[in-house]
Unconditional design. Structure first.
Length: 412
């Protein structure tokens, strides 16, 4: 794959010299360190000009009216590092003045990119055993400059059971007062006009548990009267927090082998009270190939009409003025597949696109450049455990040249 990438870059340079592709700057990849942070410091709120890079083992800065690298106001910093975690639920805490964003394994878990006085934010994330990528972004406007990040493990007994649910029951639609906690191995309640813990109407319940899954695509189904929200590994996948008659909702999620956190919230208003949750594995053949891609080709930029499906073992297309399935302009493609990653480590993903694309890994959006553009190269690096992982790439072509490539390798 590295040879294909170098060949692709050579073609880009040649075409750029000939005037076929606009001038683009491809930034060299800088490796992300283990057990510490690399801090890249920039002038400007939005990372306008890098003025220096630092190594730090923790983030706990109270600069007041000062700052790093001789800066005082209107600067931004990006910290990135890989840290080892034992399996469990972790509470991440950020103290900030002014704005911040926090990613854990490329999933945005705190997003407060605003001007503000010093404020503390917290969030909980379940992590498997091994190294995980932590990225923190920060900007300082004027005045005091404060940024701190820490995390701690929350004991599993606080909220979660293994292969079962802890159910916390509350008075009120919005978890106003806890009246009891139950242990359940499944959720399948048809209370009609009754309810748990002596409640009948206007109550809410939060179920949380960790369950073991083999790798694959899973269909989650919720039956509910009235409202519900479902999270898988802290990602909201069903959100129907409304008053309603009994209704069934379904969603599909790809899961790697191991324990995953399932959280279900529910409220009952008046009348019938129904809540049920189940899941089943969907055969990979429905949408995904093993170690290959299923490519669905559509007319239109936004997947308007499917005109064909293909099987491909790699994505490396330089159609120029052509395209797949007889299309030339104004088309889109969705590739999906499950691939075996041989070892647990950080992988470098590279995409070259003309025009727009999005890349997901295990359901998490890791690259997003859904724009009109000449051939442009992108890369990102993050940690994956050994085993099968789901890769999804979406692409659209407007007019003119049509280029899309994807490859990955062990982070050098």
């Amino acid at each position: 794959m590295k040879r294909a990438w170098l060949f692709g870059i050579s073609i880009l340079i040649l075409l750029g010299m000939l005037g076929g592709i606009g001038s683009q700057t491809v930034l060299a990849h800088q490796s992300i360190p283990y057990d510490k942070f690399r801090a890249d410091v920039y002038e400007g709120k939005n990372f306008e000009r890098c003025v220096g890079s630092l190594s730090e083992y923790s983030i706990n800065h109270w600069w007041e009216t000062g700052g790093p690298c001789g800066l005082t106001d209107n600067f931004s910093i990006r910290w990135q590092g890989r840290f080892y975690f034992e399996p469990g639920q972790y509470q991440f805490r950020v103290r900030v003045d002014d704005g911040t964003k926090l990613w854990v394994d490329n999933r945005l878990v705190i997003n407060k990119w605003i001007k503000q006085a010093v404020t503390t934010y917290e969030t909980k994330v379940y992590l498997s055993r091994g190294y995980h990528n932590i990225k923190l972004e920060y900007f300082e406007w004027i005045g005091g400059a404060i940024i701190g990040l820490d995390w701690r493990q929350v004991e599993p007994s606080e909220n979660y059971l293994l292969n079962g649910f802890r159910a916390d029951v509350y008075e009120g639609k919005n978890f106003e007062r806890c009246v009891g906690s139950l242990s359940e191995y499944s959720i399948n309640h048809w209370w009609e006009t009754g309810g748990p813990c002596g409640l009948t109407d206007n109550f809410s319940i939060r179920w949380q548990g960790r369950f073991y899954f083999e790798p694959g695509q899973y269909q989650f189904r919720v039956r509910v009267d009235d409202g519900t929200k479902l999270w898988v590994d802290n990602r909201l996948v069903i959100n129907k927090w409304i008053k309603q008659a009994v209704t069934t909702y379904e969603t599909k999620v790809y899961l790697s082998r191991g324990y995953h956190n399932i959280k279900l919230e529910y409220f009952e208003w008046i009348g019938g009270a129904i809540i049920g949750l189940d899941w089943r594995q969907v055969e990979p053949s429905e949408n995904y190939l093993l170690n290959g891609f299923r490519a669905d080709v559509y007319e239109g930029k936004n997947f308007e009409r499917c005109v064909g499906s293909l099987s491909e073992y790699s994505i490396n297309h330089w159609w120029e003025t052509g395209g797949p399935c007889g299309l030339t302009d104004n088309f889109s493609i969705r590739w999906q597949g499950n691939f075996c990653f041989p070892v647990s480590c950080c992988y470098l993903f590279r995409v070259t696109a003309d025009d727009g694309f999005r890349l997901w890994v295990d359901g998490g959006l890791v690259m997003d450049s859904w724009i009109y553009q000449p051939a442009t190269a992108y890369e990102t690096c993050f940690y994956l455990s050994g085993g099968y992982h789901n890769i999804k790439l979406e692409y659209f072509e407007a007019t003119g040249g049509a280029i899309i490539t994807l490859n990955w390798e062990l982070d050098p």
